[in-house]
Design a binder for this molecule. Structure first.
Ligand code: ARG
Length: 465
């Protein structure tokens, strides 16, 4: 018989029971559920809503259940309706009728809202730690490659020279924003909903602030109806994870491309690649491909949450039970993706020569050639036209800007002098771009210092939480 069976004359249909049950997935919140109940029971005792001895008995009972679940001495009963009912049932079985006082001034609606918030708070920090590791790996590699010249691309066509350090630091900026977003989501998750009751709070003289304090929440929810029906924090978290996955997926796509023989800019470590069952020569970037593939799945989880919420009247509706599998799936898949991606990235070999060769053959210094003319007084559009003519000449005569003679240059414009060759050297082109955010070594070193400072700041912030 169900705990709520009082007004029913029949047992619930067996298949309805299966359909209704969430224990198979919400059991992973047992720690949050029990910790939340311990705080609730403590507060009930302190406020005189239940007797001090009863409160202590309940707290001890709950601590015992937690310890036994951790050690494996107690197993989750798959027949229970959900984790909340399971814990309460075990408690009552163990300590008798006093256990029945735990649910005073509480509903499963505010209880589940609390559990999911606590779970998300924990996992946001976990994901942030993994992203910080990824950022450290990027910084470390960037430090090794401040002189590794390569071409930057637009439309996947060679465009202008940058360095490998500058290139991967673009991703560092994305992951820093991800950290920032997660931190922001944490703030809005860090609001304690217990005391909202089923939807209209309670008539008992509870102390919500005390529960918040016991559970390390920054504040309490301001409206009981919102308190039980808000899942914005889960949506925000799933959205943060989706954007984070999108960033990794773009990075993964580049790594896949760059591991092909056509590019051959990178080689992955054997531990982070796989072979083919039929083609002996193959070394496949499966890890990167799976990161890209799982991105779609995390978007799906976000979609599940968005659609789940869009038509719900206030306050709690059972539809909201569907929030858990979606958010758990997004968390699980993002966490392993970040972890494995970081290791794959940290162990890959960057082929400096291949990067430089690709940068040398594609007129990526043509802008600098035009800028040379502009710096000698020519309007940019006129210079652009002349260099266009030079590039066409080179293509027709199988030359590059570096292998043109000075005479050939001067046949296009008298402005050219011998120092043009220095002006179009790739290293000159890179190091001339010393503006904030540019690829020059000096600028890149400043970027690296800034990312490191942001990481230290993020480390400190996470310790304060
Ligand atoms: N298992 C439920 C969930 O995950 C717990 C809340 C149930 N509340 C209720 N009134 N049926 O949402």
């Amino acid at each position: 018989m169900k705990m709520w069976a009082g007004r029913f004359s029949k047992d619930v249909d067996r298949r309805v029971n299966d359909f209704n049950s969430s224990i198979s997935f919400d059991c992973r919140m047992y720690r949050q559920d029990i910790t939340g109940s311990i705080a609730h029971a403590t507060m009930l005792g302190e406020c005189g809503i239940i007797a001090k001895e009863e409160s202590e008995k309940i707290v001890d009972g709950l601590k015992g259940i937690l310890a036994d679940l951790e050690s494996g001495a107690l197993e989750i009963n798959p027949e229970a309706e959900d984790i909340h009912m399971f814990v309460e049932e075990v408690l009552t079985a163990r300590i008798g009728d006093t256990g029945k006082r735990l649910h005073t001034a509480r509903s499963r609606n505010d209880q589940v809202a609390l559990d999911v918030r606590m779970y998300c708070k924990y996992e946001i920090k976990e994901v942030m730690a993994l992203v910080r590791n990824l950022l450290s790996a990027i910084v470390e590699k960037a430090e090794e490659h401040t002189d590794t010249v390569m071409s930057g691309y637009t439309h996947l066509q060679r465009a202008q020279p940058v360095t490998f350090a500058h290139y991967i630091l673009a991703y560092a900026q994305m992951f820093l924003r991800d950290l920032d977003r997660l931190f922001d989501t944490y703030r809005r998750t860090d609001v304690m909903p217990l005391g909202s009751g089923a939807l209209a709070s309670t008539t008992y003289p509870i102390n919500r602030e005390r529960v918040a304090e016991l559970l390390n929440f920054a504040s309490v929810t301001a409206n009981s109806i919102d308190g039980v029906s808000d899942r914005d924090f889960a949506l925000e978290f799933a959205s943060d994870l989706s954007i984070l996955m999108m960033h990794m997926s773009r990075f993964a796509e580049e790594i896949i491309l760059w591991c092909s023989s056509e590019f051959a800019f990178l080689e992955l470590d054997d531990a982070f690649s796989t072979g083919s069952s039929i083609m002996p020569q193959k070394k496949n970037p499966d890890v990167a491909e799976l990161v890209r593939g799982k991105t779609g799945r995390v978007y799906g989880d976000l979609q599940t949450l968005l659609v789940m919420m869009k038509g719900l009247p206030l306050a709690y509706n059972k539809d909201m039970q569907e929030d858990k599998e979606a958010i758990f799936d997004a968390i699980d898949n993002t966490k392993i993706a970040v972890e494995v991606f970081t290791k794959m990235f940290a162990t890959m070999t960057v082929k400096k020569d291949r990067l430089r060769n690709a940068a040398s053959g594609g007129f990526i210094n043509a802008t600098d050639c035009a800028d040379y003319l502009v710096k000698h007084g020519m309007p940019f559009r006129a210079a652009y036209k002349i260099v266009g003519g030079i590039v066409a000449f080179c293509i027709a005569n199988d030359k590059t800007l570096e292998t043109m003679t000075l005479e050939e240059y001067r046949s296009f414009s008298e402005v050219f002098e011998a120092d043009i060759f220095d002006a179009i050297r790739l290293d000159t082109c890179v190091n001339g771009r010393n503006v904030t955010g540019g690829p020059a070594k000096e600028s890149v070193l400043r970027q690296i210092a800034a990312v490191k400072a942001a990481l230290e700041h993020a480390d400190a912030a996470s310790e304060n939480k």
